[in-house]
Design a protein around this ligand. Structure first.
Ligand SMILES: Cc1ncc(C[n+]2csc(CCOP(=O)(O)OP(=O)(O)O)c2C)c(N)n1
Length: 572
């Protein structure tokens, strides 16, 4: 059967199970857009900026575990995807980005809207393709999806010249993929697994640090078995949050710069770190030479490039987390670790993170806590970057995988709204809340129009402190309170929401927070709340940049006077 390149692309996407595309048209992709109406199975969501398309595809991928897809035209359209592709790359999120390119005879001639997007995206994609013949397209799409979703997932870009969309070729979708040189190692080496089991069985003060690799590998059950059988405190990275129920008695929170003090102390005093599906990011490890100084390190990861990259490793295990844990768990002895757990628990009691000080004004932590209370923890939270991100991680208890969606590696302000739109499109059954800072929100604010036009019922909570809060916090703590370029004016976001066609509320009174959240939940459509919060609140605890994670700056004690805990916090 002969089809045009555009038809081949659409047929191939359907074969891959694609249902939604986030995109923005232009000249080079016009033949593709002209074909789309013939494929009603493919829902196209028109964003307002291509960065939004890439983030939405990323949010969709993280919320569903499927590959997210975005389209953009050549030149500026493709360039606008770059931040979103890099974001997906650093957080191992599987997306396929399709870009139009100028027609083949114009390539390399600085033609109108020509950029070398395959060149630009080499370091931020897992792989990319420039399709020079329509007959190659189906195989390339098949490979692209295979590469994006297997091994360590990540973004793949397919660049298609305008005339390739029009060229005809025989369509046959390949059954199988064969990419010599790309064979992710799935099973861990038995000798290494045996060594790891021995270390775990002999350890006196072990900790597990679990990351997004556990979520990607869907290894929650295997992780729980290991934690409970060996009675090991479980700590997560930011992106690992949700891989293990945070209300579980053996869950000891998040590590790192704004991690729980007791998690950082447990790691710093441990004799064995079992790192599972993590990449030892510097925000997690702090000063590497002082990281877990007394511990041996077992590192399980599917990407061999991660092993030994940042932290010395005693037992490397390259493989898919689920497979490795299935092989490891039977070799682990059931045992108790009364003293060690009592010690870690004692640190948890000495350094409670859950306190919110008594204050007449509206504290941002209080808003996050109220979202937790009103949703009863049943929501997907998509964060911006900065203080709002850390409070969302600290003051909400995540019980399920993929319920915290956050830009961890790249730290991309503006991720929250488009990624929340993607998450809600992928999981319409879930309540999806974007928790934003007023700075980051203004970077992709235009996607409010996308939510309205497509009636995507995201709920948006802006923690509006009138500052680029996290940067102001660094100026406060490390630059003698010289607030340069961090005071931020912004609009009344509730009015902006209304102008875009969705309801908006502006809340500065503590007493009205819960009812506003409830009102948003009850509304059948997108809804925005502009929470005008205390402008100079800081995130604690904090480890200063470059310091060891054991050097924890805690909230000044006199400010912590009232405990406002969620009703079920006694289960912790
Ligand atoms: C695109 C981008 N530019 C700059 C930064 C640096 N940065 C990190 S946090 C932050 C402040 C964020 O302010 P806001 O969005 O208001 O959130 P808050 O920290 O106040 O919660 C900045 C500027 C970034 N992470 N991303």
């Amino acid at each position: 059967m002969k089809l045009t390149g555009a038809q081949i692309l659409c047929e191939s996407l359907i074969k891959e199970g694609v249902e939604v595309i986030f995109g923005f048209p232009g000249g080079a992709v016009l033949p593709l857009y002209d074909t789309l109406p013939h494929y009603p199975q493919l829902r196209h969501i028109l964003v307002r900026h291509e960065q939004g398309a890439a983030h939405a595809a990323d949010g969709y991928a993280r919320a569903t575990g499927k590959v997210g897809v975005c389209f953009a035209t050549s030149g500026p359209g493709a360039a606008n995807l770059v931040t979103g592709i890099a974001n997906a790359h650093l957080d191992s999120s599987p997306i396929v980005a399709v870009t139009g390119q100028v027609a083949r005879p114009f390539i390399g001639k600085d033609a109108f809207q020509e950029i070398d997007i395959t060149g630009i995206t080499v370091p931020i994609t897992k792989h990319n393709y420039l399709v020079m013949e329509a007959k190659e397209l189906a195989t390339m799409v098949k490979e692209a999806f295979h590469i994006a979703r297997t091994g360590r997932p990540g973004p793949v870009l397919i660049d298609i010249p305008r005339d390739v969309f029009i060229e005809e070729a025989t369509f046959r979708y390949p059954e199988k993929v064969d990419i010599p040189g790309y064979r992710p190692t799935l099973s861990g080496h038995p000798t290494m697994i045996k060594k790891a089991a021995k270390l775990i069985n002999e350890a006196q003060r072990p900790v597990i640090i679990a990351g997004r690799g556990v979520i990607i590998s869907q290894a929650g059950a295997e992780l729980t078995e290991l934690v409970e059988k060996a009675q090991i405190p479980l700590i997560t990275t930011l992106l690992g949050i949700g891989c293990f129920p945070e209300k579980h008695i053996l869950s000891f929170g998040m590590l790192g710069m704004h991690g729980m003090a007791y998690a950082n102390m447990a790691i710093s005093n441990s004799d064995l770190v079992i790192a599972i599906g993590i990449r030892f990011d510097d925000r997690a490890t702090g000063k590497v030479s002082d990281f877990a100084p007394e511990a041996k390190v077992i590192h399980i990861d599917i990407d061999p490039a991660e092993i030994g990259k940042n932290v010395r490793v005693d037992v490397p295990i390259v493989g898919d987390v689920k497979n490795v844990l299935q092989a490891l768990n039977p070799q682990i002895n059931s045992r108790t670790r009364v003293e060690w757990l009592a010690q870690v628990d004692e640190w948890r009691r000495q350094h409670p993170l859950l306190d919110i000080r008594e204050h007449d004004g509206l504290l941002p932590q209080y808003v996050v806590r109220q979202i937790y209370e009103v949703t009863q923890g049943e929501a997907i939270i998509v964060t911006g970057v900065g203080q709002n991100q850390m409070w969302a991680a600290q003051h909400f208890w995540y019980q399920r995988p993929n319920t915290l969606i956050s830009s961890g590696g790249l730290g991309t302000m503006g991720f929250e709204l488009p990624a929340a739109i993607g998450a809600k499109v992928g999981r319409p059954d879930e309540a999806v809340w974007a928790i934003a800072g007023d700075g980051g929100f203004q970077m992709t604010i235009q996607e409010l129009a996308t939510a309205v036009q497509e009636n995507v019922a995201v709920k948006i909570a802006i923690l509006d402190n009138g500052f680029l809060g996290m940067v102001r916090q660094w100026q406060d703590l490390f630059y003698n309170r010289r607030y340069v370029a961090t005071r931020l004016s912004g609009p009344d976001f509730a009015k902006v929401a209304e102008a875009y066609g969705m309801p908006g509320l502006r809340v500065s009174d503590k007493a009205l927070v819960a009812s506003a959240i409830q009102q948003a939940m009850d509304h059948n459509g997108p809804f925005l709340i502009d929470f005008v919060v205390e402008p100079e609140e800081n995130v604690y605890p904090m480890v200063a940049p470059g310091a060891a994670i054991s050097e924890i700056i805690e909230e000044p004690r006199e400010r912590v006077s009232l405990k406002v805990g969620p009703s079920d916090i006694s289960n912790l």
